[in-house]
Design a protein around this ligand. Structure first.
Ligand SMILES: *Cc1c(COP(=O)(O)O)cnc(C)c1O
Length: 517
């Protein structure tokens, strides 16, 4: 095969096409456009903008900072630049193109109303360094969102500043650490279930704790007996995801919380899966002390490359005194107020500090609040019910074609979990995932949670219609059938995407990060 350009890219072919150069001269195939690296497109001396000649002499003393050689930037005209990025964007997949069934990620539709509100000049044009008295509307919006989060979770306070779920975990653990140290009882260990998201043990280790695993029961839940047996005075907290990453509700949550509290520990709940229970269950009623809420999951603000995230942390009365500034708390009069740095010495002397500058991700707050207000309390409850219904529809439509390890245990919550058990010798979860790309779907989450071999975790969210789910189910079923029939072409899928199957190990171990051509 002739490499059409120096980076060695080759158009993706269906099986049976030996020489891509024979297919089209350009390498493009209809509307499937190929695109070289920007460095291969650029020519020295080309520029998309006109710069003025530098005026006057350089200030004395600055000459030593002057550039000695031209910057190694690709030279492109404006239309070339626009086309380059637009052509690349067409090789991407997005929630606006089709279902994004990544389990645990809650990739739901982002209503355009959210975007309209976030772009109102009163929100979009304000600056973090503006005096606070000039932005009372923005502060009121933060307080209103905080009020919803505290009400929906049945908690006492909320720190709005954390920038994502993992940042929220750190915020929660730092509150726990401050609370323990305030009573002279620094502890060393955080207990984390085997099924936890990788951020949980990573955050605990980052916060200076030793992580110990709690095993799962055969039905995919936290082993209560093993957990209580390990509850000794060195346990600072447990971190439990509910619903958990197997898509199951932790029914023993209250008993777990009572047992942890009885030995003076705290309960951190990973609230990334709040979408399944919003409006149905208040984590505060289950004894949770701290929980992050991924606004970019449950409340629809864009993520997965469309970022940024936002991870407010709701806190119990026991942890609220240690919250980072600023944060919102329900006062003795039942009214939620924002507690700012200025109030700290009098009203909040035990704060552990700050998680971030300013007040948090304003653009995400406005989108999440718009989502909440446009759904209302009853609509949010229906979000949870529909998300769970859709996941169970996927589970029951495919459990005869793929192994569903916890299918016997009853309905799932918001995500359906399958395993590679029962796929014929030589076929893996990866083959199913890559086959989905040819079918025009983003793959599901694969090989997570770790407690299930070859896991395929599918989260349809409430966004998908029954017709959309049926198309996805038909694609999954066809892939399972192809695997059962030993179809060798499935082993090399995708065939119809801009790229064939990549050597992911090589890409991770020896990434090519610069263009040396
Ligand atoms: C997404 C997720 C996280 C991390 O949240 P980020 O916002 O990506 O930092 C943690 N736990 C679970 C279960 C998740 O799904």
């Amino acid at each position: 095969m002739n490499a059409p350009n120096p980076s060695g890219w080759r158009p993706a072919m269906g099986d049976g096409v030996q020489d891509p150069a024979q297919l089209t001269a350009s390498g493009d195939r209809g509307l499937m456009l190929e695109e070289p690296l920007i460095f291969e497109l650029g020519r020295p001396g080309t520029c998309g903008v006109d710069f003025d000649e530098p005026a006057g002499e350089m200030l004395p003393g600055l000459a030593r900072f002057a550039r000695k050689a031209a910057p190694a930037l690709p030279g492109l005209t404006e239309p070339e630049t626009v086309r380059h990025y637009t052509r690349l964007s067409r090789q991407n997949y997005a929630i606006d193109l089709g279902p994004f069934p990544l389990g645990s990620c809650t990739m739901k539709h982002n209503p355009r109303l959210n975007e309209k509100v976030a772009r109102l000049p009163g929100f979009a044009d304000i600056h973090p360094l503006q005096p606070q008295q000039t932005v009372p509307g923005a502060i009121a919006a933060i307080v209103e969102l905080a009020d919803w989060l505290v009400t929906l979770t049945g908690m006492d306070a909320v720190a709005m500043t954390p920038k994502a779920g993992a940042h929220g975990e750190l915020c929660g653990l730092l509150c726990i650490r401050a609370a323990l140290e305030a009573r002279g009882d620094a502890r060393a260990v955080i207990l984390v279930p085997e099924s936890a998201h990788g951020t949980n043990p990573a955050t605990a280790a980052f916060a200076g704790y030793r992580v110990e695993n709690i095993p799962a029961t055969a039905d995919g839940r936290v082993d209560l007996a093993a957990l209580t047996a390990r509850l000794e005075p060195d346990v600072a907290a447990v971190m439990i995801t509910n619903p958990n990453t197997c898509g199951l509700f932790e029914r023993d949550m209250k008993r777990i919380a009572d047992a942890v509290h009885a030995v003076g520990g705290f309960v951190y709940c990973d609230g990334a899966n709040f979408n399944a229970i919003v409006g149905k269950v208040r984590p505060g009623d289950l004894g949770v002390d701290a929980m992050h809420i991924n606004l970019h999951k449950t409340f629809s603000t864009p993520h997965g490359g469309g970022g940024p995230g936002s991870g407010p942390v709701v806190l119990s009365a026991a942890l609220a005194p240690f919250a980072p500034l600023p944060f919102a708390q329900v006062g003795s009069d039942g009214v939620l107020r924002l507690i700012e740095e200025e109030d700290a010495l009098t009203a909040h002397p035990h704060s552990f500090g700050r998680m971030a500058a300013f007040h948090g991700q304003m653009g995400m707050f406005t989108r999440a609040l718009t989502y909440i207000l446009s759904h209302g309390a009853d609509g949010l409850r229906q979000v949870a019910e529909d998300a769970v219904l859709n996941a169970n529809y996927v589970l029951r439509s495919l459990d005869d074609a793929l192994d569903a390890p916890f299918g016997e245990a009853g309905p799932c919550m918001h995500e359906a979990l399958f395993s590679d058990d029962g796929l014929p010798e030589g076929f893996t979860t990866l083959d199913i995932a890559k086959g989905l790309i040819d079918e025009g779907f983003h793959p599901m989450t694969v090989y997570f949670p770790l407690v299930v071999h070859g896991a395929m975790l599918i989260e349809p969210t409430e966004t998908e219609s029954k017709a959309g789910l049926d198309r996805f189910i038909a694609a999954m079923r066809s892939l399972a059938v192809r695997a059962q029939g030993g179809d060798p072409s499935l082993k090399s899928a995708p065939h119809l995407a801009p790229r064939r199957r990549l050597d992911e190990t090589l890409a991770a171990r020896k990434p090519v990060l610069t263009y040396a051509g």
